[in-house]
Design a protein around this ligand. Structure first.
Ligand code: URA
Length: 229
């Protein structure tokens, strides 16, 4: 948003007054005086007018090792949510960047930065998501080729992007997909009439689940991890 618009909304000064305040060098963004009313700010810029602090929201990013039986939602009537696993002062304003099903375990990302989470979750961005999959029946020999061609999902009327399958043993595989459609991995195996009995997310783009995190534990992302998208 432009700084003049932000000031109009947040101070209720007229457009003319806002322009004057900016021209008088009374507005600072991230500790630097702004002189252009068209200057673009984000929700995470610190904005001051004279000595008055108008905005100072910190962008926050966490990885959490999701345990089974915890729901990927911010509120739920029956189940513990992933937000319940965080210390109460940290929960405010966070949302999930790419949900996991109730029984699925592994890497879950939480943030208050909507632009960042959209870069991870929007199918057009083609961010790789890597899962370890356990199946009820042996993984059929044609599975890798079928997944590499893509599978048609009638409900969404899309064909999944080419996915890579690496067989780890007869009933276990590592699967890399590039979208995050509803129950995507289960539906892909379902297409070959095999049932997923265990699912664990190991990686999203450049962010790998920290092996030091036990199920239910979390930590802030490093700068390098935040910038991995
Ligand atoms: N695909 C699924 O089917 N479930 C998940 O939790 C994640 C991907």
């Amino acid at each position: 948003m432009r700084i003049d618009r932000f000031l109009q909304i947040n101070t209720l000064y007229s457009r003319q007054t806002v322009r004057r305040l900016i021209a008088e060098q009374r507005v600072r963004v991230d500790s630097v005086t702004v002189s252009d009313p068209r200057y673009e700010i984000t929700e995470f810029c610190r904005v001051e007018l004279d000595a008055q602090l108008l905005q100072s929201t910190q962008a926050r990013y966490y990885m959490l090792h999701k345990p089974p039986g915890v729901v990927s939602a911010t509120e739920h009537a029956e189940h513990t949510t992933v937000l319940d696993l965080l210390a109460p002062p940290l929960r405010e304003g966070l949302h999930i960047a790419g949900r996991l099903d109730l029984k699925t375990t592994g890497l879950l990302l939480l943030t208050n930065d909507g632009k960042w989470s959209r870069r991870i979750t929007q199918p057009e961005e083609k961010v790789p998501k890597v899962y370890r999959v356990q199946t009820k029946d042996p993984v059929a020999p044609e599975t890798a080729a079928v997944f590499a061609r893509g599978i048609y999902f009638g409900y969404e009327n899309i064909t999944t992007s080419p996915a890579q399958l690496q067989l780890l043993d007869s009933h276990t595989a590592r699967l890399t997909i590039y979208e995050g459609r509803y129950h995507q991995v289960k539906r892909m195996f379902g297409h070959l009439e095999n049932e997923v009995v265990g699912l664990h997310r190991e990686r999203m783009g450049g962010i790998v689940l920290d092996p030091g995190l036990q199920p239910g534990e979390y930590r802030p992302l490093s700068l390098a991890e935040i910038h991995a998208f």
